[in-house]
Design a protein around this ligand. Sequence first.
Ligand SMILES: NC(=O)c1ccc[n+]([C@@H]2O[C@H](COP(=O)([O-])OP(=O)(O)OC[C@H]3O[C@@H](n4cnc5c(N)ncnc54)[C@H](O)[C@@H]3O)[C@@H](O)[C@H]2O)c1
Length: 321
Amino acid sequence: MNILVTGGLGAIGSWIVREVIAQGHTPIVFDSGPNRSLISDMSVEVVAWSVTSLTEVIDALRTHRIDRVIHAAALMPPECASFPARAVAVNVDGALTVFEAARLSDVDRVVTFSSKAVYGEIPAPYGFPDYEPLPESFRLAPNSVYSATKVMVEQLAAQVRRNSDLTILCLRLGTTYGPGKSRHGILSIHSQIIDAALAGAPLEITQGSDESTDLIFNGDVGRAAVLAATAKTPRHEVYNIGTGIGTRLGDFVAWVEAALPQAKIQVGAGLNYMLQEQPSYCVLDVGRAREDFGFGSCRVGPDGIAAYIDGVHRLGLQGGN
Ligand SMILES: NC(=O)c1ccc[n+]([C@@H]2O[C@H](COP(=O)([O-])OP(=O)(O)OC[C@H]3O[C@@H](n4cnc5c(N)ncnc54)[C@H](O)[C@@H]3O)[C@@H](O)[C@H]2O)c1
């Protein structure tokens, strides 16, 4: 299959591209950004256009005879908070443009990315101390510009599906980490820890070593996306994507220190390392993705950290970026 990966230069998109190739398909990257450092180990066609242009997306779909689209282009929470109008233009209008272009170009499936952020504040028993697996049926409570754009895209996707033959799958991601992710500021504490350790630079996190959350390596997110794009009969419209287990920040730091003895990381005790007003730490119920497209066997703990370090070295990145 020919698979268009929007946002294919990004922290997750680059792993999707790698996984598309690994699974025997042909990726075409569609990304308006200038930085190709995360795909420098691959020979891939890049279309440097914007998902906000219907004619550009249609042109790419038809020129490259695209069968499926994995839509990963988006603005992340800090930029959404600073520039709400731009967030709606890229995250909402951009997604709708991709859906419309796919519909008009006989593409039969789009996989798009949502977020656990759509659940907003996570109460007991889904947060500390029990972290019971949180199902997709949990109520939606967006509490930021970013999470509002993700809820809107999910709801628009449902409308488009009802009025056309296009299948759209929305993947709600847990907390992610991987090379390049440190660009995302406070959301990327796990990536910042590894990047600081690789550089032997000191990093102090004031609190949160006892907090757990569903932490997934971006290589596994890429695998989930390609499985979703190629699964025979996905039965749902929305899927949680995570490891299905909690990773405690204190344990994560200990694993990084074991892998990189030059690490100088200090983490205070307690919860809420991201200092969120409405804490969103949780473990996702990933049963749907396991049953519908065989997603599982994630690289948790030391395995994920080793894959991250390997990626940084393979790409020749400085400080993980
Ligand atoms: N925990 C979570 O819920 C979570 C975590 C990470 C990412 N995500 C989602 O996963 C997806 C991928 O995220 P990522 O981590 O790779 O982000 P990223 O910022 O690393 O990559 C996004 C890419 O989109 C590109 N892009 C931005 N605007 C564009 C436009 N108008 N046209 C074309 N390309 C454009 C950027 O150049 C960038 O390469 C996003 O939808 C994001 O919201 C969710």
